[in-house]
Design a protein around this ligand. Structure first.
Ligand SMILES: Cc1cc2nc3c(=O)[nH]c(=O)nc-3n(C[C@H](O)[C@H](O)[C@H](O)COP(=O)(O)OP(=O)(O)OC[C@H]3O[C@@H](n4cnc5c(N)ncnc54)[C@H](O)[C@@H]3O)c2cc1C
Length: 374
């Protein structure tokens, strides 16, 4: 068996699978390793798959524009597009929050965004009586990706063109001079670069206190008429995701935080009552909107809400791509493109351009090391 690669990506959630596919497409020799099945374990298993570009933190915008910032459309972008239902995404929010969204978008994105002074433009005005104080933004290009199909297609692409090892947990990595050993049971592989895409899990050390695990509960509810598009209901601090005509998924609030995914309390924590109350405030009849099932999923979080993308320290050959704070699905194509550009450059000695460096600066893991040292 082949044991030596340019890059080994550990973790085949949406982030690792996207990075591996983009690296393969850029001509690198890649292995993708996953302890279970692709997209079947971590945050990606339960993702809503909502893709949208609007983001309040301007630093995140290059990651949410889905692969647009290098002017290229690669395999990852294409595979996302194949399973995307472009319904549009609605934001119900105060005029102040809508204003902040528009500021973050800047002039470049406004063609795709409609601002309405009331929510009457959404679903024949059914929310108007319940959201009198709120405004409405509709992002027309947004929608929902079928996450299972998308990640499985990414993994299939990697397995056909390179190496995909699933059902194989990595135990540890050892940094040697200019390369990294990756140990998984009796197997020892090596690569010039390793990418840690293990989400809130995984065996590799990360900067102290930089990433933690946090629960993301959700409830699936039967209802008379699900909304026509995903709704980010800012004023209620939740989202509604249509899963069919009479089924929707609603985000819950009861959160639990731990250092590692395996330490999380995954009990349901009275989420259903909370969710039923929230959807009633949007006009869904409490008698006819029944909670079908509640799940407690999780993701990797950082205290500043920005992911960690970059070398784990200045001399390391291990890259981190984690801490996607509950919104990593929509960022995956751009993250993959950025890392393919960077690792491709490192392998061939090409210097990063100024644009690339300035985008990546906000995500550099060293921001946490520096805080710890100061
Ligand atoms: C309920 C819910 C709804 C969400 N909705 C949205 C949404 O609508 N839009 C959006 O943009 N984002 C959404 N998110 C967030 C998004 O899903 C995550 O940010 C994203 O899936 C993170 O992907 P990841 O690949 O970093 O991590 P993960 O999906 O957690 O993948 C990590 C992978 O690493 C593997 N791994 C761990 N340890 C090892 C090891 N030792 N060896 C090998 N493999 C290992 C795991 O098995 C796993 O497959 C949602 C999240 C949740 C939970």
């Amino acid at each position: 068996m082949k044991t030596s690669f340019d890059v080994i990506v550990i973790g085949a959630g949406v982030i690792g699978a996207s990075i591996a596919a983009a690296l393969v497409e850029s001509g690198l020799d890649v292995a993708l390793m996953e302890k279970g099945i692709g997209g079947g374990q971590g945050a990606t298993r339960d993702t809503g798959g909502i893709v949208r570009a609007l983001e309040l933190d301007p630093a995140l915008r290059p990651l949410t524009c889905r692969g647009a910032h290098h002017g290229r459309t690669g395999i990852v972008h294409a595979l996302f597009e194949q399973t995307l239902k472009r319904t549009g995404v609605a934001y119900i929010a105060s005029s102040e929050v809508c204003g902040r969204y528009l500021d973050a978008v800047g002039s470049e994105g406004t063609q795709n965004v409609e601002l309405h002074a009331s929510v009457s433009a959404l679903d024949n005005g059914r929310f108007t009586a319940f959201c009198k104080e709120e405004c409405l933004l509709i992002e027309r290009n947004g929608g929902t990706v079928d996450a299972r199909a998308c990640v499985s297609n990414l993994c299939r692409y990697v397995s056909e063109k390179a190496t995909f090892l699933d059902h194989l947990a990595v135990d540890r990595c050892v940094e040697r001079e200019g390369y990294v050993e990756v140990h998984a049971g009796k197997l020892c592989l090596e690569a010039t670069w390793v990418v840690d895409a293990c989400g809130a899990d995984g065996p590799l050390p990360r900067p102290y206190g930089a990433v933690h695990a946090r629960t993301i509960p959700f409830t699936r509810m039967s209802c008379d008429d699900a909304p026509s598009m995903p709704i980010i209901a800012h004023h209620l601090n939740t989202y509604l995701l249509p899963l069919g005509r009479n089924l929707m998924q609603v985000g819950g609030q009861r959160r639990h935080r731990a250092d590692h995914a395996s330490d999380l309390n995954l009990s349901v924590m009275d989420n259903e009552h909370d969710v039923v109350e929230r959807v009633a405030r949007l006009g869904f009849d409490a008698q006819r909107s029944l909670a079908v099932v509640t799940q407690v999923a999780w993701d990797a979080y950082t205290d500043d809400g920005r992911p960690l993308i970059g070398r784990s320290n200045a001399s390391s050959h291990i890259y981190l791509a984690t801490g996607f704070c509950g919104i990593g699905f929509k960022m995956a194509p751009s993250v993959a493109e950025l890392l393919a550009f960077e690792l491709g450059g490192l392998m061939t000695g090409v210097q990063m351009d100024g644009d690339h460096r300035s985008i990546m600066k906000a995500f550099n893991p060293s921001r946490f090391t520096e805080v710890a040292l100061s």
